[in-house]
Design a protein around this ligand. Structure first.
Ligand SMILES: *Cc1c(COP(=O)(O)O)cnc(C)c1O
Length: 452
């Protein structure tokens, strides 16, 4: 669709894959040398090219290569990079004022974003929101709010869960390397219980939801005590843990347990939210109504913004001045969010996510039939993944996953890997991507698999 190029803020960006140098090209290599000298090694690089422009379904590098974007900057630019409404609204806000601090002098865009969040998130109860800069900060604040509301301390999280890189959210996160290793000690009163991971459930996918819920509830009841639990925190589709969709029935059981025991049920929709999975929010697929929901990534078309939204009586539990931060809910980021939400609504990007699944999933399934290294195909909407294993079993194969990603990069397709075992290739295209680019991206993946 040619509209994709018109949607980007800058000069029209050709919606095409174009590899004109070896990857990385000479200019990227030069910049990489400067990065290595000036930037801390802890900041890693997935694909060693430097970005110049991006929009629609492509990312162009400094050497003139154009990559099909199956990453969206980690599920952020669902509306595309520099989406027209994001640029228009953020630019106008930049010219008016850049910052007052909402705690000093409030401004309308902050309130408007909170009003939109009340409309868009699941639940027809009275809602309020608070805005922050990053997903981790939103999760931290959800914990603060749940603790002060319940006057309890324990927080329950799940195997394979990911919630951020700050001290509290590292404690909430499951995976040691690279997120936690060497960075302890971690915050106390965090308890991790099993999640219903169908592909790896030992007694089989059919029993997974029931057994995992029973185990989780038993552990919470016996090891923590339900009456001590402030919040149960879960991603409705687990992101960094490997795009795990908890077996159907698991989430409703856990949500019901929370409700029965006065525990705040928090859905971390930072990666799965804002149309990514084919609904505004992934928990809608099983009719889950969380007490609190954390959002970030897709909310503002690439500008840093995050939110906690939920039941007004819970959100209001924190005393005046107890929540906030200098930059949280920055006016330019809020204006961008309003532009992103406008775009999602006008282009019905939830339906576009479903269409992306319709195009991609059958082709991924066919590849799984053809190539034994693909053990599982899963996800929904435009949050899809393949899990790569040693043929003949389910032993994770992170080496082949890395090799496959590298081959895709060399051939002009930006893909990301993930997963507790480092063996999941995930697909997060911008929701506005052209369908022919989507298919061409899959052709590249197919060629890379053939060349392994
Ligand atoms: C990315 C992510 C976070 C952390 O967000 P940041 O903006 O990187 O701090 C938290 N939870 C989930 C589910 C995420 O995917």
């Amino acid at each position: 669709m040619s509209t994709m190029t018109e949607m980007s803020g800058g000069p029209a960006l050709p919606q095409e894959r174009r590899v004109v140098t070896s990857i990385p090209g000479p200019k990227s290599q030069e910049l990489m040398a400067r990065k290595q000298a000036a930037v801390a090694d802890g900041i890693g690089t997935v694909m060693p090219v430097f970005a110049k422009r991006a929009g629609g379904g492509v990312l162009e590098d400094v050497d003139g290569n154009s990559f099909i974007d199956f990453g969206s900057g980690i599920a952020v630019t669902g509306v595309g990079n520099s989406a027209e409404a994001v640029v228009r609204r953020a630019t106008a806000q930049l010219a008016d004022f850049t910052h007052t601090c909402v705690m000093v002098t409030p401004y309308e865009p902050y309130v408007e974003v909170c009003e939109e969040l009340a409309r868009l998130t699941p639940g027809d109860y009275s809602k309020k929101s608070a805005l922050f800069n990053s997903g981790a900060e939103a999760v931290e604040n959800a914990v603060k709010i749940a603790r002060t509301y319940t006057r309890r301390q324990a927080i329950v999280v799940f195997d394979h869960g990911y919630h951020g890189r700050t001290n509290l959210t590292m404690a909430l996160t499951s995976k040691n390397m690279p997120y936690k290793h060497g960075f302890g000690p971690f915050a106390p009163e965090i308890y991790r219980v099993p999640v219903a991971y169908p592909y790896r459930w030992l007694t089989g996918a059919e029993n997974c939801a029931e057994e995992a819920a029973a185990q989780a509830i038993d552990q919470i009841s016996k090891q923590v005590g339900a009456e001590n639990v402030a919040a149960i925190l879960i991603e409705p589709v687990l992101g960094e843990g490997g795009f795990i969709e908890p077996a159907k029935g698991f989430l409703p059981r856990i949500a019901q347990f929370a409700k029965d025991n006065g525990i705040v049920f928090v859905a971390d929709e930072i990666q799965s939210g804002f149309c990514r999975t084919g609904q505004w929010f992934a928990c809608e697929d099983e009719g889950i109504v969380p007490d609190l929901i954390t959002t970030a990534k897709g909310i503002a078309g690439g500008m840093p913004l995050a939110a906690v939204t939920g039941r007004a009586e819970i959100m209001d539990a924190a005393h005046v001045g107890g929540l906030g931060g200098t930059y949280g809910g920055n006016p330019v980021a809020c204006a961008a969010a309003l532009g992103a939400i406008e775009t999602m609504r006008e282009l019905d990007l939830a339906s576009r996510a479903k269409r992306i699944e319709e195009v991609m999933k059958p082709r991924l399934r066919k590849l799984a039939d053809q190539y034994d290294v693909i053990g599982d195909v899963r996800g929904r909407g435009a949050m899809l993944a393949i899990e790569l294993v040693k043929p003949g079993g389910k032993e994770p194969d992170p080496q082949v996953t890395a090799a496959l990603a590298k081959a895709c990069h060399q051939d002009g397709l930006l893909v990301l890997t993930t997963g507790t075992y480092g063996n999941v290739m995930r697909f997060l295209p911008p929701l506005v991507i052209d369908e022919n680019l989507l298919n061409e991206g899959l052709d590249v993946l197919e060629g890379a698999l053939a060349g392994l």
